[in-house]
Write a protein that binds this ligand. Structure first.
Ligand code: VGL
Ligand code: ZN
Length: 210
């Protein structure tokens, strides 16, 4: 398909060391999407990225809830929260973008998960939908109505970013070979993709854009 540069954005979600092999919350084969994303970036003039950016006392970390384990659920200020390993702590190597990821063309980076009392999977809103990163308005103010979403993890931050993108009225495309899932349960990525499609997202392969 032809990319309409005036109205299209490439949105790169959380391609950070902690979500890559060797990281604190590693996505299997997460590193294989970096080259695909770099190739895709050559095709877009409007590129933005999100960055998971937690304070060390973040409420989503199991380590901050004595007696609780990774993978357990808690109630975090009224929102159901799965507990994660400590990851993407502000200013650490784990929170940095993969060293091979080209960041030179990015217009802006939207950081999320900065409020210790609520998690933020989506690049647009906190999980309680109260906090807003400003990404939606930024895209709209720049005339963007079509968003191509790539990155990590397909079954968490990418999924919720796609769903919020749709809810804000953006025509939303998930580039299937430029995302990978954590798969805490083996079917999670499959189910996430199904849910995104049900809500109106288009699933494409990067080769459709080359
Ligand atoms: C993510 C879990 C916790 C993600 C972020 O980027 O998908 N997942 N924080
Ligand atoms: Zn996180």
């Amino acid at each position: 398909m032809e990319i309409d540069q005036v109205k299209s954005a490439l949105l790169i979600v959380d391609v950070q060391n902690d979500f890559l092999p060797g990281g604190a919350l590693a996505v299997a084969e997460g590193d294989t999407i970096v080259a695909v994303i770099n190739e895709l970036q050559e095709k877009f003039s409007f590129i933005v990225a999100t960055q998971d950016w937690h304070p060390r006392d973040h409420g989503s970390f199991a380590a901050n809830h004595p007696g609780k384990n990774i993978g357990e659920f808690i109630d975090l200020e009224g929102v159901r929260q799965i507990l994660w390993p400590v990851h993407c702590v502000q200013g650490t190597h784990g929170a940095a973008f993969h060293p091979d990821l080209n960041t030179t063309k990015w217009r802006k980076i939207f950081q999320k998960g900065t409020n210790p009392k609520v998690d933020s999977y989506s690049g647009f809103f906190d999980n309680n939908r109260k906090g807003d990163t400003g990404l939606g308005n930024y895209l709209k103010n720049n005339g963007i109505s079509r968003v191509f979403i790539v990155g990590l993890a397909a079954d968490y931050c990418v999924k919720y970013t796609v769903l919020d993108s749709l809810s804000l009225g953006f025509e939303s495309y998930l580039v299937a070979d430029a995302t990978k899932g954590v798969n805490l349960s083996p079917e999670d990525t499959k189910l996430a993709i199904k849910e995104m499609k049900n809500e109106g997202a288009y699933l494409i392969e990067s080769k459709a854009l080359f």
